[in-house]
Design a protein around this ligand. Structure first.
Ligand code: FHN
Length: 468
Protein backbone atom coordinates (compact mmCIF):
# COMPACT_ATOMS: atom_id res chain seq x y z
CA UNK A 1 0.00 0.00 0.00
CA UNK A 2 2.76 2.39 1.10
CA UNK A 3 4.69 1.54 -2.08
CA UNK A 4 1.66 2.29 -4.26
CA UNK A 5 1.16 5.66 -2.58
CA UNK A 6 4.86 6.37 -3.06
CA UNK A 7 4.63 5.53 -6.76
CA UNK A 8 1.50 7.68 -7.13
CA UNK A 9 3.19 10.64 -5.42
CA UNK A 10 6.23 10.19 -7.70
CA UNK A 11 4.03 10.10 -10.83
CA UNK A 12 2.16 13.18 -9.62
CA UNK A 13 5.35 15.12 -8.89
CA UNK A 14 7.02 14.18 -12.18
CA UNK A 15 3.84 15.24 -13.93
CA UNK A 16 4.05 18.56 -12.10
CA UNK A 17 7.65 19.05 -13.19
CA UNK A 18 6.87 18.20 -16.80
CA UNK A 19 3.87 20.53 -16.80
CA UNK A 20 5.96 23.29 -15.21
CA UNK A 21 8.68 22.84 -17.85
CA UNK A 22 6.21 22.81 -20.71
CA UNK A 23 4.63 25.93 -19.35
CA UNK A 24 7.74 28.09 -19.84
CA UNK A 25 6.81 30.85 -22.25
CA UNK A 26 9.34 32.59 -24.47
CA UNK A 27 9.12 35.67 -22.23
CA UNK A 28 9.94 33.53 -19.21
CA UNK A 29 12.92 31.91 -20.92
CA UNK A 30 14.18 35.25 -22.20
CA UNK A 31 13.80 37.13 -18.94
CA UNK A 32 17.37 36.73 -17.60
CA UNK A 33 18.83 37.30 -21.07
CA UNK A 34 16.94 40.54 -21.59
CA UNK A 35 18.11 41.76 -18.21
CA UNK A 36 21.71 40.64 -18.74
CA UNK A 37 22.48 42.81 -21.79
CA UNK A 38 26.19 41.93 -21.72
CA UNK A 39 27.93 38.59 -22.29
CA UNK A 40 31.28 37.09 -23.22
CA UNK A 41 31.85 35.10 -26.41
CA UNK A 42 34.84 32.76 -26.35
CA UNK A 43 36.35 31.34 -29.55
CA UNK A 44 38.85 28.71 -28.59
CA UNK A 45 40.22 25.67 -30.35
CA UNK A 46 43.13 24.09 -32.22
CA UNK A 47 43.36 27.18 -34.47
CA UNK A 48 44.97 28.94 -31.51
CA UNK A 49 48.06 26.80 -32.23
CA UNK A 50 48.88 28.19 -35.71
CA UNK A 51 47.55 31.52 -34.36
CA UNK A 52 47.13 32.99 -37.83
CA UNK A 53 50.28 31.67 -39.56
CA UNK A 54 50.79 28.61 -41.74
CA UNK A 55 54.06 27.46 -43.30
CA UNK A 56 55.70 30.72 -42.36
CA UNK A 57 52.98 32.80 -43.99
CA UNK A 58 50.46 35.03 -42.27
CA UNK A 59 47.02 33.92 -43.42
CA UNK A 60 44.48 36.70 -43.98
CA UNK A 61 41.07 36.90 -42.40
CA UNK A 62 39.75 35.58 -39.13
CA UNK A 63 42.01 33.20 -37.21
CA UNK A 64 39.59 30.32 -36.65
CA UNK A 65 39.22 30.01 -40.45
CA UNK A 66 42.87 29.22 -41.05
CA UNK A 67 42.24 25.61 -42.04
CA UNK A 68 39.78 26.69 -44.72
CA UNK A 69 41.71 29.71 -45.97
CA UNK A 70 45.06 27.96 -46.19
CA UNK A 71 43.31 24.78 -47.43
CA UNK A 72 45.15 22.68 -44.85
CA UNK A 73 44.51 18.95 -45.38
CA UNK A 74 42.58 17.37 -42.50
CA UNK A 75 45.34 14.95 -41.45
CA UNK A 76 47.87 17.77 -41.34
CA UNK A 77 45.59 20.08 -39.36
CA UNK A 78 44.91 17.30 -36.90
CA UNK A 79 48.60 16.95 -36.03
CA UNK A 80 48.41 20.45 -34.52
CA UNK A 81 46.15 19.14 -31.75
CA UNK A 82 49.34 17.72 -30.22
CA UNK A 83 50.44 21.26 -29.51
CA UNK A 84 47.10 22.24 -28.08
CA UNK A 85 48.09 21.81 -24.46
CA UNK A 86 46.38 24.54 -22.41
CA UNK A 87 48.26 23.95 -19.19
CA UNK A 88 47.51 27.50 -18.03
CA UNK A 89 43.76 27.13 -18.52
CA UNK A 90 42.09 28.51 -15.41
CA UNK A 91 38.32 28.52 -15.94
CA UNK A 92 37.82 30.06 -12.53
CA UNK A 93 39.75 33.16 -13.61
CA UNK A 94 37.87 33.25 -16.95
CA UNK A 95 34.49 33.24 -15.22
CA UNK A 96 35.74 35.78 -12.70
CA UNK A 97 37.05 38.07 -15.45
CA UNK A 98 33.67 37.90 -17.16
CA UNK A 99 31.90 38.68 -13.92
CA UNK A 100 34.23 41.51 -12.99
CA UNK A 101 33.73 42.98 -16.47
CA UNK A 102 30.01 43.14 -15.75
CA UNK A 103 29.12 40.28 -18.08
CA UNK A 104 26.26 38.02 -17.11
CA UNK A 105 26.79 35.09 -19.45
CA UNK A 106 29.43 33.24 -21.43
CA UNK A 107 29.02 31.52 -24.78
CA UNK A 108 31.98 29.28 -25.68
CA UNK A 109 32.75 27.42 -28.91
CA UNK A 110 32.09 23.83 -27.86
CA UNK A 111 32.84 23.00 -31.50
CA UNK A 112 33.75 25.47 -34.23
CA UNK A 113 33.96 24.81 -37.97
CA UNK A 114 37.21 22.85 -37.60
CA UNK A 115 35.06 20.24 -35.86
CA UNK A 116 37.32 20.02 -32.79
CA UNK A 117 35.27 19.35 -29.66
CA UNK A 118 36.42 21.07 -26.48
CA UNK A 119 34.57 18.36 -24.59
CA UNK A 120 34.56 14.62 -24.05
CA UNK A 121 32.49 13.00 -26.78
CA UNK A 122 31.74 9.50 -27.90
CA UNK A 123 30.72 10.70 -31.35
CA UNK A 124 34.20 11.56 -32.69
CA UNK A 125 37.84 11.07 -31.71
CA UNK A 126 38.51 14.65 -32.83
CA UNK A 127 38.17 16.10 -29.37
CA UNK A 128 40.30 17.48 -26.56
CA UNK A 129 40.29 14.26 -24.52
CA UNK A 130 41.29 11.87 -27.31
CA UNK A 131 43.39 14.07 -29.58
CA UNK A 132 45.55 16.15 -27.22
CA UNK A 133 48.18 15.66 -24.54
CA UNK A 134 46.01 17.73 -22.24
CA UNK A 135 43.40 14.96 -22.30
CA UNK A 136 40.69 16.62 -20.18
CA UNK A 137 37.23 17.98 -20.90
CA UNK A 138 37.48 21.79 -20.99
CA UNK A 139 33.81 22.58 -20.58
CA UNK A 140 33.12 20.74 -17.33
CA UNK A 141 35.36 22.96 -15.16
CA UNK A 142 34.08 26.05 -16.96
CA UNK A 143 30.50 25.02 -16.16
CA UNK A 144 31.49 24.69 -12.50
CA UNK A 145 33.27 28.05 -12.46
CA UNK A 146 30.30 29.77 -14.08
CA UNK A 147 28.01 28.29 -11.46
CA UNK A 148 30.33 29.56 -8.73
CA UNK A 149 30.23 33.13 -10.06
CA UNK A 150 26.56 33.16 -11.05
CA UNK A 151 27.36 33.39 -14.76
CA UNK A 152 25.03 31.65 -17.22
CA UNK A 153 26.81 29.30 -19.61
CA UNK A 154 26.00 28.80 -23.26
CA UNK A 155 27.52 26.64 -25.97
CA UNK A 156 28.34 27.70 -29.52
CA UNK A 157 28.01 24.69 -31.81
CA UNK A 158 28.87 24.68 -35.52
CA UNK A 159 26.13 22.32 -36.55
CA UNK A 160 26.71 22.15 -40.31
CA UNK A 161 30.23 23.27 -41.17
CA UNK A 162 32.77 20.75 -40.00
CA UNK A 163 36.04 20.46 -41.88
CA UNK A 164 37.47 17.47 -40.03
CA UNK A 165 34.56 15.16 -39.26
CA UNK A 166 33.77 13.62 -42.68
CA UNK A 167 30.46 14.67 -44.19
CA UNK A 168 30.40 18.10 -42.55
CA UNK A 169 29.79 21.02 -44.88
CA UNK A 170 32.24 23.75 -45.90
CA UNK A 171 31.23 27.25 -46.93
CA UNK A 172 32.53 28.15 -50.38
CA UNK A 173 32.07 31.89 -50.19
CA UNK A 174 31.50 34.55 -47.58
CA UNK A 175 28.14 34.11 -45.90
CA UNK A 176 25.47 36.67 -45.18
CA UNK A 177 26.71 36.80 -41.57
CA UNK A 178 29.77 38.48 -43.02
CA UNK A 179 33.42 37.52 -42.66
CA UNK A 180 36.29 39.83 -41.97
CA UNK A 181 38.34 40.28 -45.18
CA UNK A 182 36.19 38.06 -47.41
CA UNK A 183 38.46 38.77 -50.38
CA UNK A 184 41.19 36.65 -48.87
CA UNK A 185 39.16 33.45 -49.39
CA UNK A 186 40.56 31.21 -52.10
CA UNK A 187 37.88 29.48 -54.12
CA UNK A 188 39.66 27.21 -56.56
CA UNK A 189 38.14 24.82 -59.11
CA UNK A 190 38.39 21.83 -56.77
CA UNK A 191 36.52 23.44 -53.87
CA UNK A 192 33.93 24.76 -56.30
CA UNK A 193 33.22 21.27 -57.59
CA UNK A 194 33.38 19.67 -54.17
CA UNK A 195 30.91 21.88 -52.31
CA UNK A 196 33.67 23.86 -50.66
CA UNK A 197 35.74 20.84 -49.55
CA UNK A 198 39.45 20.81 -50.35
CA UNK A 199 40.41 17.36 -49.09
CA UNK A 200 38.85 14.04 -50.19
CA UNK A 201 38.91 12.97 -46.52
CA UNK A 202 36.16 15.50 -45.89
CA UNK A 203 33.87 13.65 -48.29
CA UNK A 204 34.17 10.12 -46.95
CA UNK A 205 30.68 10.39 -45.43
CA UNK A 206 27.46 12.09 -46.43
CA UNK A 207 26.09 15.18 -44.72
CA UNK A 208 23.19 13.11 -43.37
CA UNK A 209 25.64 10.63 -41.82
CA UNK A 210 27.58 13.47 -40.25
CA UNK A 211 24.38 14.92 -38.77
CA UNK A 212 23.21 11.56 -37.40
CA UNK A 213 26.55 10.31 -36.12
CA UNK A 214 28.34 13.47 -35.00
CA UNK A 215 26.20 16.58 -34.71
CA UNK A 216 23.05 15.17 -33.12
CA UNK A 217 24.89 12.95 -30.59
CA UNK A 218 27.25 15.80 -29.66
CA UNK A 219 24.44 18.27 -29.13
CA UNK A 220 22.77 15.64 -26.97
CA UNK A 221 25.97 15.27 -24.94
CA UNK A 222 26.30 19.02 -24.52
CA UNK A 223 22.73 19.33 -23.33
CA UNK A 224 23.03 16.40 -20.95
CA UNK A 225 26.45 16.41 -19.32
CA UNK A 226 27.02 20.03 -18.22
CA UNK A 227 24.09 20.93 -15.96
CA UNK A 228 22.00 23.91 -16.98
CA UNK A 229 22.84 25.15 -20.44
CA UNK A 230 21.49 28.66 -20.89
CA UNK A 231 22.12 29.17 -24.62
CA UNK A 232 22.75 27.06 -27.69
CA UNK A 233 24.42 29.30 -30.25
CA UNK A 234 24.20 27.66 -33.67
CA UNK A 235 26.46 28.95 -36.41
CA UNK A 236 26.59 29.03 -40.22
CA UNK A 237 23.76 26.92 -41.61
CA UNK A 238 25.79 25.97 -44.70
CA UNK A 239 23.96 23.19 -46.62
CA UNK A 240 21.55 22.57 -43.73
CA UNK A 241 18.44 20.60 -44.57
CA UNK A 242 15.06 20.89 -42.86
CA UNK A 243 15.44 17.28 -41.76
CA UNK A 244 18.81 17.91 -40.10
CA UNK A 245 17.59 21.11 -38.46
CA UNK A 246 14.51 19.36 -37.09
CA UNK A 247 16.64 16.59 -35.57
CA UNK A 248 18.98 19.10 -33.95
CA UNK A 249 16.18 21.31 -32.72
CA UNK A 250 14.43 18.37 -31.08
CA UNK A 251 17.44 17.93 -28.77
CA UNK A 252 16.62 21.27 -27.16
CA UNK A 253 13.86 19.65 -25.10
CA UNK A 254 16.70 18.35 -22.92
CA UNK A 255 17.04 21.92 -21.59
CA UNK A 256 13.53 23.38 -21.41
CA UNK A 257 14.73 26.86 -20.47
CA UNK A 258 17.36 27.13 -23.22
CA UNK A 259 17.61 30.10 -25.55
CA UNK A 260 18.75 29.67 -29.16
CA UNK A 261 19.73 32.01 -31.95
CA UNK A 262 18.58 32.31 -35.55
CA UNK A 263 21.45 30.45 -37.23
CA UNK A 264 20.22 26.83 -37.17
CA UNK A 265 18.72 27.03 -40.63
CA UNK A 266 17.17 29.83 -42.63
CA UNK A 267 14.28 30.24 -43.08
CA UNK A 268 11.79 28.40 -40.83
CA UNK A 269 14.02 28.10 -37.75
CA UNK A 270 14.11 31.64 -36.36
CA UNK A 271 15.14 30.66 -32.80
CA UNK A 272 14.73 33.22 -30.06
CA UNK A 273 16.97 36.04 -31.18
CA UNK A 274 18.71 37.57 -34.14
CA UNK A 275 22.48 37.82 -34.41
CA UNK A 276 23.85 40.92 -36.14
CA UNK A 277 27.58 40.32 -36.46
CA UNK A 278 30.25 42.99 -36.09
CA UNK A 279 27.62 45.70 -36.38
CA UNK A 280 24.97 47.50 -34.37
CA UNK A 281 21.66 47.71 -36.20
CA UNK A 282 19.87 50.97 -36.97
CA UNK A 283 16.65 51.47 -35.03
CA UNK A 284 14.63 51.56 -38.23
CA UNK A 285 15.74 48.00 -39.02
CA UNK A 286 14.56 46.56 -35.70
CA UNK A 287 11.27 44.68 -35.81
CA UNK A 288 10.67 43.86 -32.15
CA UNK A 289 12.55 40.54 -32.26
CA UNK A 290 15.20 40.12 -29.56
CA UNK A 291 18.73 40.59 -30.87
CA UNK A 292 22.33 40.31 -29.84
CA UNK A 293 25.28 41.95 -31.54
CA UNK A 294 28.38 39.76 -31.44
CA UNK A 295 31.68 41.54 -31.93
CA UNK A 296 35.41 40.99 -31.78
CA UNK A 297 37.68 43.15 -29.62
CA UNK A 298 40.33 43.11 -32.37
CA UNK A 299 39.92 41.78 -35.93
CA UNK A 300 39.57 38.06 -35.21
CA UNK A 301 37.45 35.68 -33.15
CA UNK A 302 40.05 32.94 -32.76
CA UNK A 303 43.51 33.87 -31.45
CA UNK A 304 45.98 35.42 -33.92
CA UNK A 305 49.34 36.17 -32.42
CA UNK A 306 49.89 39.30 -34.50
CA UNK A 307 46.47 40.96 -34.35
CA UNK A 308 46.86 43.80 -31.88
CA UNK A 309 44.29 46.01 -33.52
CA UNK A 310 42.06 46.35 -30.48
CA UNK A 311 39.10 48.64 -30.05
CA UNK A 312 39.38 50.95 -27.07
CA UNK A 313 37.41 50.28 -23.87
CA UNK A 314 35.70 53.61 -24.56
CA UNK A 315 34.42 52.40 -27.95
CA UNK A 316 33.28 49.11 -26.50
CA UNK A 317 31.46 50.71 -23.57
CA UNK A 318 29.77 53.15 -25.92
CA UNK A 319 28.85 50.22 -28.16
CA UNK A 320 27.24 48.53 -25.17
CA UNK A 321 25.29 51.69 -24.36
CA UNK A 322 24.27 52.14 -27.98
CA UNK A 323 23.08 48.52 -28.10
CA UNK A 324 21.20 48.76 -24.78
CA UNK A 325 19.57 52.01 -25.95
CA UNK A 326 18.14 50.04 -28.87
CA UNK A 327 17.03 47.11 -26.71
CA UNK A 328 19.72 44.59 -27.68
CA UNK A 329 22.45 42.50 -26.05
CA UNK A 330 26.22 42.71 -26.57
CA UNK A 331 28.26 39.50 -26.86
CA UNK A 332 31.89 40.56 -26.81
CA UNK A 333 34.54 38.08 -27.91
CA UNK A 334 37.78 36.89 -26.36
CA UNK A 335 40.10 34.52 -28.25
CA UNK A 336 42.36 32.65 -25.79
CA UNK A 337 45.73 31.24 -26.91
CA UNK A 338 46.79 27.59 -27.03
CA UNK A 339 48.03 27.68 -23.44
CA UNK A 340 44.60 28.74 -22.24
CA UNK A 341 45.33 32.40 -21.61
CA UNK A 342 43.34 35.43 -22.62
CA UNK A 343 45.41 37.94 -24.65
CA UNK A 344 46.80 40.65 -22.39
CA UNK A 345 44.93 43.37 -24.31
CA UNK A 346 41.62 41.57 -23.74
CA UNK A 347 42.32 41.26 -20.03
CA UNK A 348 42.99 45.01 -19.82
CA UNK A 349 39.87 45.88 -21.80
CA UNK A 350 37.70 43.64 -19.61
CA UNK A 351 39.12 45.20 -16.47
CA UNK A 352 38.49 48.74 -17.75
CA UNK A 353 34.97 47.92 -18.85
CA UNK A 354 34.34 46.31 -15.46
CA UNK A 355 35.55 49.40 -13.63
CA UNK A 356 33.09 51.53 -15.55
CA UNK A 357 30.25 49.02 -15.25
CA UNK A 358 30.68 48.74 -11.51
CA UNK A 359 29.73 52.39 -11.17
CA UNK A 360 27.30 52.70 -14.06
CA UNK A 361 25.95 49.21 -14.74
CA UNK A 362 22.52 50.26 -13.46
CA UNK A 363 22.10 52.15 -16.75
CA UNK A 364 22.47 48.88 -18.66
CA UNK A 365 21.09 45.89 -16.75
CA UNK A 366 17.37 45.26 -16.96
CA UNK A 367 16.83 48.38 -19.06
CA UNK A 368 14.67 48.89 -22.09
CA UNK A 369 15.26 50.88 -25.24
CA UNK A 370 15.30 54.67 -25.39
CA UNK A 371 11.89 56.29 -25.76
CA UNK A 372 13.62 58.87 -28.02
CA UNK A 373 15.96 56.88 -30.18
CA UNK A 374 19.41 58.46 -30.48
CA UNK A 375 20.65 61.83 -29.28
CA UNK A 376 23.46 63.71 -30.94
CA UNK A 377 25.26 63.86 -27.59
CA UNK A 378 24.67 60.26 -26.51
CA UNK A 379 22.13 57.57 -25.76
CA UNK A 380 19.30 56.72 -23.36
CA UNK A 381 17.97 53.60 -21.66
CA UNK A 382 14.88 53.32 -19.49
CA UNK A 383 13.23 51.31 -16.73
CA UNK A 384 9.56 51.38 -15.87
CA UNK A 385 7.99 50.57 -12.54
CA UNK A 386 4.35 50.86 -11.57
CA UNK A 387 4.16 54.60 -11.17
CA UNK A 388 7.45 55.96 -12.45
CA UNK A 389 10.06 55.75 -15.19
CA UNK A 390 13.81 55.98 -14.70
CA UNK A 391 15.72 57.40 -17.62
CA UNK A 392 19.47 56.93 -17.96
CA UNK A 393 21.04 59.45 -20.31
CA UNK A 394 24.55 58.43 -21.39
CA UNK A 395 26.40 61.58 -22.29
CA UNK A 396 29.23 60.82 -24.73
CA UNK A 397 29.83 64.42 -25.77
CA UNK A 398 29.05 67.11 -23.24
CA UNK A 399 27.17 69.95 -24.98
CA UNK A 400 29.39 73.05 -24.89
CA UNK A 401 26.87 75.11 -22.92
CA UNK A 402 26.49 72.25 -20.42
CA UNK A 403 22.78 71.97 -21.14
CA UNK A 404 21.37 68.58 -21.90
CA UNK A 405 18.15 69.00 -23.83
CA UNK A 406 15.52 66.29 -24.02
CA UNK A 407 12.37 67.06 -25.99
CA UNK A 408 8.78 65.90 -25.46
CA UNK A 409 8.94 65.09 -21.79
CA UNK A 410 5.61 65.99 -20.25
CA UNK A 411 6.11 63.97 -17.07
CA UNK A 412 6.76 65.48 -13.66
CA UNK A 413 10.41 65.22 -12.70
CA UNK A 414 11.05 63.46 -9.41
CA UNK A 415 14.85 63.64 -9.40
CA UNK A 416 17.91 64.16 -11.59
CA UNK A 417 21.37 63.07 -10.48
CA UNK A 418 24.74 61.94 -11.76
CA UNK A 419 24.64 58.17 -11.39
CA UNK A 420 28.33 57.95 -10.53
CA UNK A 421 28.23 60.06 -7.36
CA UNK A 422 24.65 61.09 -6.71
CA UNK A 423 25.29 64.80 -7.40
CA UNK A 424 21.92 66.51 -7.74
CA UNK A 425 21.37 68.29 -11.05
CA UNK A 426 19.24 71.33 -11.80
CA UNK A 427 16.42 70.79 -14.29
CA UNK A 428 13.76 72.86 -15.97
CA UNK A 429 10.90 71.94 -18.28
CA UNK A 430 9.51 74.37 -20.84
CA UNK A 431 5.83 74.58 -21.71
CA UNK A 432 6.43 72.51 -24.82
CA UNK A 433 7.99 69.75 -22.73
CA UNK A 434 11.67 70.44 -23.39
CA UNK A 435 13.60 69.16 -20.39
CA UNK A 436 16.90 70.87 -19.75
CA UNK A 437 19.40 69.30 -17.36
CA UNK A 438 22.30 71.46 -16.28
CA UNK A 439 25.44 69.38 -16.35
CA UNK A 440 28.33 70.00 -13.98
CA UNK A 441 31.76 70.98 -15.31
CA UNK A 442 33.58 68.54 -13.15
CA UNK A 443 32.96 64.84 -12.51
CA UNK A 444 32.67 64.28 -16.19
CA UNK A 445 33.48 60.79 -17.36
CA UNK A 446 35.25 60.87 -20.76
CA UNK A 447 33.77 57.45 -21.62
CA UNK A 448 30.15 58.25 -20.81
CA UNK A 449 28.57 60.17 -17.96
CA UNK A 450 25.23 58.81 -16.86
CA UNK A 451 22.53 61.27 -15.90
CA UNK A 452 19.74 59.50 -14.07
CA UNK A 453 16.34 61.16 -14.24
CA UNK A 454 13.29 59.74 -12.48
CA UNK A 455 9.90 60.91 -13.68
CA UNK A 456 6.31 60.19 -12.76
CA UNK A 457 4.32 57.78 -14.93
CA UNK A 458 5.23 56.38 -18.33
CA UNK A 459 7.14 58.29 -20.97
CA UNK A 460 5.65 58.74 -24.42
CA UNK A 461 7.91 60.55 -26.80
CA UNK A 462 6.73 61.83 -30.18
CA UNK A 463 10.28 62.17 -31.42
CA UNK A 464 11.29 58.55 -31.07
CA UNK A 465 10.65 57.68 -34.70
CA UNK A 466 12.82 60.60 -35.88
CA UNK A 467 16.06 59.60 -34.23
CA UNK A 468 17.01 56.34 -35.85
O1 FHN B 1 32.26 31.64 -39.50
C1 FHN B 1 31.95 32.08 -38.21
C2 FHN B 1 33.06 32.86 -37.58
O2 FHN B 1 34.20 32.09 -37.51
C3 FHN B 1 32.64 33.28 -36.17
O3 FHN B 1 32.42 32.15 -35.38
C4 FHN B 1 31.39 34.11 -36.25
C5 FHN B 1 30.84 34.55 -34.92
O4 FHN B 1 29.57 35.02 -35.07
N1 FHN B 1 30.33 33.34 -36.92
C6 FHN B 1 30.66 32.83 -38.25
C7 FHN B 1 30.56 33.87 -39.31
O5 FHN B 1 29.31 34.44 -39.31
Amino acid sequence: MKKTIGVLIFIFLSGQVITAQKALTKDQRMQWWREARFGMFIHWGVYSVPAGSWNGRQIGGIGEWIMNRAKIPAAEYQTMAKQFNPVNYDPDSWAKMAKDAGMKYIVITAKHHDGFALFETKASKWNVVDATMYGKDLLKPLAEACKKYGIKLGFYYSQAQDWNNPGGSAARKPTSEGWANPDSVTIDAYTKEHKGHWDPAQEMKTFAQYIDNVAVPQVKELLTNYGDVAVLWWDTPTDMTNEAATKLKSQLTLQPAIITNDRLKRPNFPGDHKTPEQRIPNIKDLDGTDWETCMTMNGTWGFKSYDHNYKTPETLIRNLLDIASKGGNFLLNVGPDNLGEFPKESIDILAKMGKWMKVNGEAVYGTKASPWGLFTWGRCTSKETKDRTTLYFSVFDRPEDGKLEIPDLKNNIISAVLLANGTKLKTSVSKSGLLTVILPYKAFDPIATIVKVVVKGKVNSKTSSKNK
